[in-house]
Design a protein around this ligand. Structure first.
Ligand SMILES: [Zn+2]
Length: 216
């Protein structure tokens, strides 16, 4: 076992770390041992190709991973952020090593941000960047508060629902090799639209990274 810093030891005593996937006190590690074994990992196949290009995801969107994402997104439970970030950073290193120079995220609208109090994918991007000692770059703005994708089933309707809702921030995009972070990929409609906007704005590369993937 690694030697803890005094500060960490005191923090663990005052605020015992809980495993983000089951809520058990996990003894200072990010992930408890049973969850580390039981996580619905994408295993040997983290990469998916689609209309968005490539998308890497460390987890499948089911069981405890789905519960943890929903708890984070809708109840503001950020206790799992460090753990999510580590999973994402490892996945990016395995799939895209050396292929990106800018880290960004799929933004929510101003209205949604106000309601929810935070932007979950921005928080994920910031947490991943902390692992690498860099800062994420804002490259996209959501200019239209469309209905949530979660209420829409048909892929063509999901595609239509996100069309034209994002705009790029040109000086942060042109010539960049961008790692685009989101929480979950379902049909890929949102990532496809964001990647399209970034490529049209002159991005040299757009690589997608999500914590979970709901599609096969
Ligand atoms: Zn656990």
């Amino acid at each position: 076992m690694e030697k803890k810093s005094l500060r960490q030891a005191v923090m663990d005593l005052l605020f015992p770390r809980r495993c983000p996937f089951c809520g058990r006190i996990s003894g200072g590690v990010l992930l408890c041992a049973p969850c580390a074994d039981a996580l619905p990992s994408t295993g040997e196949h983290p990469l998916l190709e689609g209309t968005f290009g490539r998308c890497a995801a460390p987890l499948r969107y089911e069981g405890c991973a789905r519960d943890a994402v929903l708890d984070f997104k809708f109840h503001g439970n950020t206790g799992g952020l460090d753990c999510f970030a580590e999973l994402l950073a490892d996945c990016a290193a395995a799939c895209y090593s050396g292929e990106f120079d800018t880290v960004t995220w799929v933004p929510v609208s101003k209205e949604r941000r106000r309601q929810r109090g935070f932007d979950q994918s921005c928080e994920l991007a910031r947490a991943v960047c902390r692992c690498w000692g860099v800062e994420p770059t804002e490259t996209l703005r959501k200019i239209w508060d469309n209905p949530p994708q979660s209420g829409i089933r048909a892929p063509e309707e999901r595609r239509a629902n996100v069309l034209g809702v994002y705009e790029a921030i040109p000086p942060h995009v042109w010539g960049r090799r961008i790692l685009l972070i989101d929480d979950v990929v379902t049909t890929g409609a949102t990532l496809t639209e964001c990647a399209r906007v970034l490529r049209e704005c002159g991005a040299a590369e757009v690589l997608c990274l999500t914590l979970c993937r709901a599609m096969r």
